[in-house]
Design a binder for this molecule. Structure first.
Ligand SMILES: Nc1nc2c(ncn2[C@@H]2O[C@H](COP(=O)(O)OP(=O)(O)OP(=O)(O)O)[C@@H](O)[C@H]2O)c(=O)[nH]1
Length: 266
């Protein structure tokens, strides 16, 4: 298989037989930092991802071929999208001689945003993840975004003579793409599901007129953690491209040293 190691007469321990009669569900490499090209809002972004790559190993095989995971990573040249990920999962499994396996990539990506009044532009960072899994002949492709937003408490607004506690929140949306080829979802669309559901979205750069707008917008649009998670789920329910999903919302409460948290799964 490997001409260099054959020539050097180096034993191939991984390819030996194992007699313990134990299959391994998942074996591979974890936390490999490697570049990733991603298409966001029509533009290719180069980012660094943290990759977890693994395959199922039959009982009779001693070891998987660890170096081939990195070889697969290094062969990535096209910007990765959901359809490409489904194809590349097959390529990885073929390279590893495996029937089942999984690709997970976690990365940062950026969207250029315009401040609400001044119109000044700046880049907001989001957390993204792609997960592709092949199990028992079925392939599932998942996309995940972590979106920072602002929430303002309806109860605090109601009971206080002035003010209302408000905080940054993190909305994490994980969706299964029913048809990664025809029904691909843009990262920007997933981000908007979260931002449009919040008391207010946030921006990296705001002038005073923008700051006033964000403050008043959140005050006019108070949301409990439950309101936020439900409003995101409603938007996901209305999108035919989405299969299973999971929405997590964490409010980093400014009146506590702990978070309020909610999840809806379908
Ligand atoms: N299966 C397995 N491999 C390991 C382990 N620890 C290190 N290795 C890897 O063993 C690999 C040996 O590389 P190669 O000689 O290319 O062997 P291979 O990855 O099986 O690839 P082929 O030569 O194509 O079969 C290195 O990439 C090491 O990372 C381990 O616990 N299990």
């Amino acid at each position: 298989m490997n001409t260099l190691t054959d020539a050097l007469h180096i034993p191939d321990t991984q390819s030996e037989r194992d007699e313990r009669h134990l299959a391994i569900q998942r074996v591979g490499v974890k936390d490999v930092r490697y570049p990733l090209n991603l298409r966001v809002a029509g533009v290719v972004q180069s980012t660094a991802a943290l990759w977890n790559l693994d395959v199922a190993l039959p009982a009779e095989k001693k070891g998987t071929h660890m170096s081939r995971f990195v070889a697969w990573l290094d062969a990535q040249s096209e910007p990765l999208d959901a359809a490409g990920l489904a194809r590349e999962l097959d390529v990885m499994l073929d390279k590893l001689g495996a029937s089942d396996g999984r690709i997970e990539a976690r990365f940062s990506f950026f969207i250029r945003k315009k401040a609400p009044v001044s119109g000044l532009q700046s880049l907001l960072d989001y957390a993204g993840a792609f997960i592709a899994e092949r199990k028992n002949g079925q392939t599932a492709i998942w996309a995940e975004v972590g979106v920072p937003v602002k929430s303002l408490c309806p109860c605090s607004k109601e009971i206080s003579d002035y003010g209302a506690h408000n905080q940054r929140s993190l909305v994490t949306i994980r969706v299964e793409l029913k048809d990664p080829v025809a029904g691909a979802i843009e990262w920007k669309e997933l981000v908007r599901f979260a931002e449009e559901s919040a008391s207010s979205e946030i921006w990296p750069m705001l002038k005073r007129a923008d700051e006033k707008w964000v403050t008043e917008r959140a005050y006019e649009n108070p949301k409990f953690v439950e309101d936020l998670v439900r409003d995101v789920a409603l938007r996901l329910n209305a999108d035919a491209r989405i299969g299973h999903y999971r929405v997590d919302v964490e409010n980093f409460e400014s009146i506590h040293n702990h978070s309020a948290w909610a999840r809806i799964e379908r």
